[in-house]
Design a protein around this ligand. Sequence first.
Ligand SMILES: *Cc1c(COP(=O)(O)O)cnc(C)c1O
Length: 352
Amino acid sequence: MLSAVLKSLSVYEAGEQPQDRDFIKLNTNENPYPPSKKVDRVLRKINYQKLNLYPDPDSNRLTEELARYHKVAKENIFVGNGSDEVLAFCFYSFFKQDEPLLFPNITYSFYKTYASFFDIDYKTISLDKKFNIDFSKFLQQKSGGIIFANPNAPTGIYENIARIKKLLQSYQEKVVVIDEAYIDFGGESCISLLGQYPNLVIVRTFSKARSLAGIRVGYVMASSFLINALNRVKNSFNSYPIGTIASKIAICSLRDDEYFNKTIKKIIKNRLYLCEKLKELNFKILPSFTNFVFVTCKDFSAQVLYKKLKEKKVLVRYFADDNIDNFLRITVGTKSQIKRLIENLRNILSNP
Ligand SMILES: *Cc1c(COP(=O)(O)O)cnc(C)c1O
């Protein structure tokens, strides 16, 4: 009954989304703070009678707002139903090549899933000892494209622009996709490099820093040549990826920079607090430029900690993969969430 391709699918395992509200969710890097209050006004003003109509297939309003916000041309923007969807279109549009796609061995695990889904040959490149991306290794072999997240996930580690620029200078034939899902939490975006490198693709999301995981909006910034390719693929798959309501909410968020900046400052402050407390409990913490920390505890198995925290209704993310199976990824929550996490950790560690 099923298509043969289903046998070879390696399905992405998303973090748990329990319907039980007692849980403290520090497992999927959602923003613990709500989006801008102005979103409430937008929702109240929506005319339900017009929802009989399809949305604008080209999302012109949102695209224009994003262009204005990032000071690029409208032709350099492509929007989609979450960055996972725009990533899928990127894989399909750019990475089906004769040579393998390259990405770090530790990175967003969806890249592997998409490679397998689209039957794209790939090779992973090991991070160095400090969990940084070793760009020189990417240049040592023939490849059909490169993708990495900056800051990387789940490590949280940020690569500075100078290093990325060096990569781009030596790599101009194939596409380089940089997934900047977490860039707003302290890193510097590669947007400034777009003009110089027509093979550079930047992917962004409204799900993390903008507190809007629920509306499913992501976007791409790249040369108009690459954006055209994405539009052709989109129009062969789903002509209306952004719903009317999602588009209005996304625009509203872009227009409230003051709230956006305030929220980010709070998260960064909470991140410092969380790191301080985890250090007191003897955790080793990788330097984070994101809204999560990647940590390991010398004297305790990460998997056991994950399970014990879950019993206490605190969810964090554990990955069973090689190399990182003794780490936990913990989302930076509100101060009170962090306190509950730390309290539970302290109890677990002192009564093993
Ligand atoms: C969360 C995340 C995404 C997915 O974002 P959506 O827009 O919610 O689909 C993409 N890339 C990375 C690295 C992420 O952490």
